[in-house]
Ligand binder design. Structure first.
Ligand code: LLP
Length: 425
């Protein structure tokens, strides 16, 4: 993150706080969030997309503090479960600024969404239309959008690509199922179709797929106007904006994205004779990711064959991303200076499988030893939100740093947390 700097003692500071001190005070593993960085990223989005409604994708990371930060910065929220919605609303987030997603929304999700007054529900399948209309009731009213699959392949890994017809999300633009669903929604008086949605995938680092998406989605808006005489006022282009996990990696240029998306939107709409719809975007990773740092304590060092293994006190239960997507990180030694030569090191976790690797090719000083601290930058998105209870090690705490001070946001999970659920014999 921008706020990271080498402190006076060879120490790494974030938000003015020493990471080594945070590790001492709160224990390891721990996740640190730089509040100023989160807020700054929200502001960057609002400045780059002044006419758009920016929704933070809560799945990247959610806590009550996060809800406050994005709310205060004027963003909306993209949620995909009753849990995320309930957490946000009970933390004071205005429900009308939320959008509910999901390819398989449960009756509980729908009930919570209607009870709490969610702003928009994004319809993802044909079956959902009648179910939602029934839940809203003949006298009710709910704004909805339709998730369209525009037939665009983009995204950092096959598991996070959602723009083509060979995956589970949305309704196809190419085979006509989106158009068909739209006709049915327009027939439901209690459902107000406010617009179209698409989400191409995640960790996308080029602008072009978004420009193509704008063109195709405006094409569909024009067809809807032609066949139904309805001009939909909103277009949600999802998230997926890619970030750099290691120095030198590419990230999506937000200024270029905003300029080219808007340019294409204005042009396509002019060509089709459409009023320009209100744009919505849903970044998750690009807001939370770079603001997070994971802290680990080294427990063991092993030289095996040609490899150096450094084992830490966390692993795939707090960061499943290397195992799932083959993502690479750049861990750093913190808390002491080392002059030892950089050595190619495999940083592994403490879990009971060989695939529990946090960083396969880290460059760390050759003298890393038990007791040392490692910091893994860019771990604010899709780490704790995907953490598991594997091996009952307890999910790490979340510590916020701001203006030189550290405070606990989410405490470490304890054995008592597990025990309280383990109620049968
Ligand atoms: N909108 C929708 C409908 C989504 O499904 C997602 C992410 C987003 C927005 C936010 O995308 P972002 O801006 O964060 O890329 N666990 C994976 C990422 C899964 C993304 C799921 N959907 C990972 O760790 O890379």
């Amino acid at each position: 993150p921008a706020s990271t700097a080498r402190g006076p003692h060879g120490d790494l500071t974030v938000g003015g706080a020493s990471l080594a001190e945070v590790a001492e005070r709160f224990g390891t593993p721990a996740y640190v969030l730089d509040e100023a960085e989160v807020r700054e990223r929200c502001r960057t989005y609002r400045a780059a997309f002044p006419d758009a409604h920016v929704l933070y994708a809560a799945k990247a990371f959610l806590s009550r503090a996060m809800v406050h930060w994005v709310g205060e910065e004027g963003l909306g929220l993209d949620v995909c479960s009753a849990g995320e919605l309930e957490l946000a609303v009970t933390a004071g987030f205005p429900a009308e600024r939320t959008v509910l997603h999901g390819n398989a929304k449960s009756p509980h999700d729908i009930e919570a969404a209607l009870r709490l007054g969610v702003g928009r529900i994004v319809i993802d399948s044909p079956a959902e239309i009648a179910r939602l209309a029934a839940a809203v009731g003949p006298d009710g009213h709910q704004k909805v959008m339709v998730r369209v699959v525009p037939g665009i392949a983009a995204g950092g890994h096959e598991k996070i690509r959602t723009g083509t017809d060979d995956q589970k999300f949305g309704l196809s633009l190419t085979d006509g199922s989106a158009h068909h669903a739209i006709a049915r929604i327009l027939d439901q008086p209690q459902l107000e179709l406010s617009g179209l949605h698409c989400h191409l995938g995640s960790q996308i680092t080029t602008v072009k797929p978004y420009v193509t998406a704008v063109r195709r989605m405006v094409g569909l808006l024009a067809r809807i106007r032609d066949s139904h005489g309805v001009v939909l006022p909103e277009l949600d282009l999802g998230g997926g904006h890619g970030i750099a996990y290691r120095p030198g990696e590419e990230s999506l240029d937000l200024t270029a994205l905003a300029r080219r998306m808007r340019g294409e939107l204005v042009e396509s709409c002019a060509r089709a004779g459409l009023t320009v719809p209100r744009l919505l975007i849903e970044p998750g990773r690009a807001i939370a990711g770079p603001a997070g740092i994971a802290l680990y304590r080294v427990l063991a060092v092993k030289h095996t064959g040609a490899k150096v293994f450094v084992a830490v006190d966390g692993g795939m239960s707090d960061n499943p991303r290397p195992a799932l997507y083959g993502v690479r990180y750049a861990p750093r030694l913190i808390g002491r200076r080392s002059t030892a030569a950089a050595t190619l090191t495999t940083v592994v976790g403490r879990h009971c499988e060989a695939g529990d690797v946090l960083a396969a090719d880290a460059e760390l000083p050759g003298d890393v030893r038990p007791g040392d601290l490692l910091a893994v930058p860019v771990t604010g998105a899709y780490h704790l939100s995907m953490a598991s209870g594997y091996n009952l090690v307890g999910r790490p705490p979340v510590v916020a740093v701001a203006e030189g001070r550290a405070r606990l946001l989410v405490r470490r999970e304890s054995l008592d947390d597990y025990r309280s659920r383990d109620i049968g014999l």
